[in-house]
Design a protein around this ligand. Structure first.
Ligand SMILES: CC(C)(COP(=O)(O)OP(=O)(O)OC[C@H]1O[C@@H](n2cnc3c(N)ncnc32)[C@H](O)[C@@H]1OP(=O)(O)O)[C@@H](O)C(=O)NCCC(=O)NCCS
Length: 166
């Protein structure tokens, strides 16, 4: 497996992987439209849009976009997606560790996401409220999680990139 930055030519494959990972009914999952919108969002950060390539095929992807905790820049992660045939083979973990490493290298103070606690705690994410970081939607509760990478205080309400429509 190789983790690398997403290239514009990967985008059809990225959309396919997101579709496959999130599909649950006849309609296109909302995450596909979100991903398309993120590619055009001013908050899109190419260094934080990664793909996992297995035997020449895009098997997974993760996107981190510019958001803000109060006035402090931070990274909002979504989507993280792994094609069904490649799930449970550490592709998601490799993408997450690569993104966390890239964020540390760029001195990003924090990463946030909405997701299952049981999955993201392995990357040291914890409910954001424990760090005084508020979800944009209160009902997300403990599923809104943060990984704080700085010793400086970061607290306040998180604002996602415009494409999230929140
Ligand atoms: C969630 C997802 C990204 C994980 O990717 P992956 O490559 O399959 O994960 P990894 O191989 O790195 O890790 C596998 C572990 O994660 C666990 N896991 C996978 N999905 C999980 C979930 N939704 N909740 C809790 N644990 C989960 C597996 O049980 C497995 O645990 P184990 O290591 O104890 O056996 C992938 O399953 C996926 O794309 N799912 C559909 C889309 C989605 O839910 N995206 C995340 C949005 S929050």
């Amino acid at each position: 497996m190789r983790i690398r930055r997403e290239q514009p030519s990967d985008r059809p494959d990225v959309l396919r992987v997101v579709h496959e990972a999130f599909e649950g009914g006849p309609d296109e999952p909302g995450e596909v439209a979100l991903t398309r919108a993120l590619f055009d969002d001013p908050g899109y950060i190419p260094e934080f849009s990664l793909v996992a390539v297995v035997s020449g095929d895009v098997a997974g992807c993760v996107i981190g976009t510019r958001g803000y905790i109060g006035d402090t820049p931070a990274v909002g992660i979504a989507p993280l997606a792994v094609a069904r045939a490649h799930q449970r083979r550490a592709v998601g973990s490799a993408l997450m560790w690569a993104l966390i490493g890239a964020a540390q290298a760029r001195h990003e103070p924090a990463l946030v996401l909405l997701g299952e606690n049981a999955y993201y705690e392995r990357f040291d994410f914890a409910p954001a409220s424990r760090n005084g970081i508020e979800a944009p939607v209160a009902s997300w509760g403990q599923h809104f999680q943060a990984l704080v990478l700085t010793d400086d205080p970061v607290a306040g309400r998180f604002r996602y990139a415009a494409a999230f429509g929140l």
